[in-house]
Design a protein around this ligand. Structure first.
Ligand SMILES: [Zn+2]
Length: 174
């Protein structure tokens, strides 16, 4: 089924308005854990579990602080801070998961543009040191790349509804 952006926005408004408390959370009140991504990996109860899928080496998750609908992150299970610490096996695994994520979003939501990237190091705008790749779907008539990666926007939608839909799509994609 093709979903237009207008339909998507209508769907989002109908089902997925953030409450004030969730919005506050999205703006920075994070769970008190040493590393939120290790918390996702370990399924710690105080961390919202937004993971779509995982492999022996990596995790695919809806981003807790989305820039756009469908904003996904992929990260190694090992708590590493630098891209250069990735093993070739981890890099290949993340690549394969990236390909599958792109296929899911292209096929199911007809997304026609993406920004992929890592924020590495203290001047990059990243806020979680455990490295993670961002996959940000892009839609017509929105801001450019810098806005997406400058950490200035918070998208209002309900992450768990998004998660359930993406999990279903993930299982459908070979
Ligand atoms: Zn970590």
């Amino acid at each position: 089924m093709k979903v237009t952006m207008a339909q998507f926005e209508e769907h989002s408004h109908r089902k997925n308005l953030f409450s004030v408390s969730k919005l506050k959370y999205a703006k920075g009140d994070r769970p008190a854990v040493d590393c939120i991504l290790c918390g996702v990996r370990d399924k710690e109860e105080i961390v919202p579990n937004l993971s779509i899928a995982s492999t022996e080496l990596s995790v695919v998750s809806v981003n807790l602080y989305p820039y756009n609908p469908g904003h996904i992150i992929i990260f190694p299970k090992r708590h590493i801070l630098s891209y250069t610490e990735l093993t070739e096996e981890e890099a290949l695994d993340i690549h394969r998961l990236t390909v599958k994520t792109l296929k899911v979003l292209e096929r199911q939501w007809k997304v026609q543009g993406f920004n992929l990237g890592y924020n590495l190091g203290k001047n990059s705008g990243g806020s979680i040191p455990h490295i993670h790749e961002h996959i940000v779907p892009r839609f017509p008539n929105e801001a450019g790349f810098l806005d997406v990666f400058a950490n200035t926007r918070v998208v209002i939608y309900e992450p768990y509804a998004m998660l359930e839909e993406l999990k279903k799509f993930w299982d459908m994609e070979v």
